[in-house]
Design a protein around this ligand. Structure first.
Ligand SMILES: Cc1ncc(COP(=O)(O)O)c(C=O)c1O
Length: 397
């Protein structure tokens, strides 16, 4: 099978690009001497998790127990949930502890106590990390509060809980306005976490792990000492937002959406079959976010709205490896509006050679949510195209 034969819209994963992204992050983490524990929220695929472990990742992260259940069933031996689990889920946690090494975060003394009671009742222990708020203001204890060290010590002393250390997520990095702003956020996160760990240690508490993670600040975090674990997720595929945040080039983006032109109501407007149920309504973020719902790629030697020649009689992409060659944006095509199943594309030059039936590829604004919308993506490996099941897709509980 080749890409031309796929029903559209389809999510394509370029294996060579994804593996190159994994190699680079693994090498950077190893060079700094920190453990890499990728967040699997981006790919939700046991196959891709296997590539990460094979390269040296110490384990994986999942957000939800449902995802962890899928990965544990596929033999992943060390799973961390940097998510504030509620003890209402104690039975599922106990079942998972029989299958894998599991750890999760707590950031609330009452919830921590309830977990402790649940573990003591079951005669079990579970590893926990205390979540610290480093500026995203989502979950986590305030590192600047006078009570925080005491709260961490209180949680760490609870029976049934094995305190491993501190964990943060600088999600505010997605709102950075510049490279310098992003660097300052990354530096501040490492400093905040290592200072807090020192204060805890000064009070006699062993802090074995300091875990940070998000793709945009990783390149700056990895220039510093003072943490033990990095948890990026998006870096496996990247997307238009990461390009806009300087974390990747367009050519690094491994996930693209294959879409077909289904109508051409005017010379300067085409309609694709990939609406918000494929591309999602997420806008691009970044230093200077580009308008629209994704970057349409120019095919090497193929279509362009400024009049390039078409491939395969104008109806298809090339056969074989359509993903080879550098990815180049067709800036004359702007996906300006999405309905559920339509993308309305404006041709800024006034006309395009694209016609109904033609295929295009799109780098979406946010790859994690795109892969969660399909049961199966397509792995493009050289000339081979094969199904890539997204086994943990939709596991939101
Ligand atoms: C707690 C936590 N850790 C790590 C990550 C991975 O971050 P990124 O998607 O930027 O790689 C996320 C992403 O949402 C997260 O919420």
């Amino acid at each position: 099978m080749n890409v031309d034969g796929l029903a559209t819209p389809a999510v394509l994963i370029d294996r060579a690009r994804a593996e190159r992204n994994l190699d680079r992050m693994q090498a950077a983490a190893a060079a700094r001497g920190v453990r890499l524990r990728p967040h699997t929220k981006t790919h939700k695929s046991p196959l891709v998790a296997g590539w990460q472990i094979a390269r040296g990742a110490v384990g994986i992260c999942c957000a939800k127990l449902g995802e962890a259940e899928v990965f544990a069933a596929h033999g992943i031996a060390d799973i961390r949930l940097p998510y504030p689990l509620n003890p209402a889920n104690a039975d599922r946690v106990l079942a998972l502890l029989d299958r894998t090494r599991l750890s999760f975060i707590v950031d609330h003394p009452v919830v921590a106590k309830q977990w402790s009671e649940a573990m003591v009742r079951a005669g079990r222990r579970v590893e926990i990390l205390v979540k610290i708020d480093v500026g995203f203001h989502r979950c986590g204890l305030d590192p600047d509060s006078r009570e925080t060290v005491a709260t961490i010590r209180e949680i760490a002393a609870l029976p049934g809980l094995d305190f491993r250390g501190l964990l943060s997520h600088a999600g505010q990095a997605y709102h950075a306005h510049s490279e310098d702003g992003l660097r300052l956020m990354a530096e501040s996160e490492v400093r905040t976490m290592s200072d807090l760990a020192s204060w805890c240690r000064a009070k006699g508490l062993a802090v074995d792990e300091i875990s940070l993670g998000a793709t945009p600040p990783s390149r700056f975090s990895l220039q510093q000492d003072g943490f033990t674990e990095l948890r990026p997720g998006n870096y496996v595929y990247f997307d238009r937002t990461q390009v806009s945040l300087g974390a990747a080039t367009l050519d690094d983006c491994a996930l693209t959406v294959l879409a077909r032109v289904v109508s051409k109501p005017a010379a300067n407007r085409i309609i694709l079959d990939s609406g918000s149920k494929t591309l999602t309504n997420d806008g691009a973020r970044g230093f200077a976010p580009a308008p629209g719902y994704g970057t349409v790629l120019r095919q090497p030697g193929g279509h362009s709205s400024s009049g390039g020649h078409t491939l395969s009689g104008g109806q298809t992409m090339s056969g074989g490896n359509v993903l080879s060659g550098p990815a180049v944006a067709d800036d004359t095509l702007v996906i300006e509006r999405l309905s559920e199943e339509h993308a309305t594309v404006k041709v800024t030059t006034g006309s395009t050679t694209l016609e109904p039936g033609d295929l295009v590829r799109i780098v979406p604004n946010h790859s994690c949510v795109v892969s969660n919308l399909v049961d199966q993506a397509w792995l493009v490996d050289g000339d081979r195209v094969e199904p890539l099941p997204i086994a943990a897709r939709g596991r939101i509980t």
